[in-house]
Ligand binder design. Structure first.
Ligand code: NDP
Length: 333
């Protein structure tokens, strides 16, 4: 069994020596357990937060322990009445090629709705984050302008499409021309801005949002968000989903204060984690799957191949090397 452990807690951007590869024995399943062969592993920006030893909404990773995270695998041996060999399951077993799971740690997936990898993306954690963050906090109305940072990523690309389904005008901010083309041509965003090329992001945004900004779905924080905040309309809503621009900073991220803007605009800024909506997941997944089957939602995945490439794939998130959900394929079914 190959595993990737947290070898040391990173300061700044993680590097290869943050991780250690080891090989261990496979634990044979006992009663109520199954042996899983990992097929897909998810790499997600929030995992950076778990690499440091600080209180958060999920516990930190432990040093010299396997990096946990969303993964999909095939049951290859079952000592459980609930699972049989060949079942495809999802769980948090993370960066290892095999895992012996207790029944309550995994959930069986329906292989027929869509490719199984979508359960780590558009039909899974990132799709649900987009769905609930936008609809429960952003609450876009027809004709309003919705701006999304990190727009071509796993969460952002779904947010923009849902906002369009709700009749909003959608403007995405992303970091490459290839991403802009994807947003405008494939996903039908109304406008897209490359923040890495913008000489004045606020001016570019003002041009793209002639009626101001009603909803700002924030995935990145930092200077991009400072620019968007200047364009908020009265009663704007800001679901604060992520702040990836600050995750690898070694010093505190100090920026313009936003309070007076929020007051002047009677705006709502609300942080959230997808887990806040856990009791609504079944209905959220059902609606996402319905839109997917109706062709109203599209998705793209960036899939790296090979267990040994998991750390590199994780680091790619911070380089912007992905369109849509970034996954690592560890084995074929
Ligand atoms: P993405 O698929 O969007 O991948 C990360 C993207 O972030 C990169 O492709 C890159 O795109 C962009 N990025 C990286 N560094 C920077 C930077 N310094 N400044 C601006 N953009 C940057 O990841 P996810 O969709 O999975 O996650 C998006 C955000 O949502 C993250 O902040 C994540 O932590 C958060 N999140 C929050 C959840 C919650 O429950 N609140 C749940 C899931 C995700 P580009 O080329 O545009 O720079």
């Amino acid at each position: 069994n190959k595993q990737i452990l947290l070898a040391k807690r990173p300061s700044g951007t993680p590097s290869k020596d943050t991780f250690q590869f080891v090989t261990t024995d496979i634990k044979q399943p006992e009663k109520g357990e199954v042996l899983i062969r990992t097929l897909y592993v998810s790499v997600d920006p929030y995992m950076r937060g778990r690499m440091i030893d600080a209180p958060s909404y999920v516990a930190p990773f432990q040093l010299n322990e396997v990096i946990e995270g969303g993964a999909i695998g095939e049951v290859i041996e079952s000592q459980s009445d609930q699972f049989t060999e060949g079942d495809i399951v999802i769980g948090g077993f993370g960066w290892q090629t095999y895992y012996t799971a207790k029944e309550k740690e995994i959930r069986k997936l329906d292989k027929d709705i869509a490719p199984i990898s979508t359960h780590l993306g558009i039909l899974g954690m990132t799709g649900l984050t987009a769905y609930f963050g936008l609809l429960e906090i952003g609450k876009p109305k027809e004709g309003e302008t919705v701006v999304i940072s990190g727009a071509a990523g796993a969460v952002g690309s779904v947010v923009g499409q849902i906002a369009r389904i709700k009749g909003a005008r959608v403007v995405g901010i992303a970091g490459s021309d290839e991403k802009l083309q994807y947003l405008k041509e494939e996903l039908q965003f109304d406008e897209a801005i490359n923040y890495k090329k913008a000489s004045n992001l606020k001016d570019d945004l003002a041009n793209a949002c002639p009626n101001g900004v009603d909803v700002y779905f924030d995935n990145v924080g930092g200077e991009i968000s400072d620019a968007v905040h200047e364009l908020l309309n009265k009663f704007a809503r800001i679901p604060v989903c992520g702040a990836i621009s600050s995750y690898n900073l070694e010093a505190e991220d100090i920026g313009p204060r936003v309070q007076t803007t929020l007051i002047k605009k009677s705006a709502l800024m609300q942080g959230f984690t997808v887990g806040d909506f856990a009791n609504l997941f079944p209905s959220g997944t059902a609606e996402l799957a319905k839109w997917l089957n109706e062709g109203k939602l599209k998705y793209q995945e960036t899939i790296k191949e090979g267990f040994e490439n998991i750390p590199d794939a994780f680091l790619d998130l911070f380089k912007g090397n992905n369109i849509g959900k970034l996954l690592v394929k560890v084995a074929d079914i």
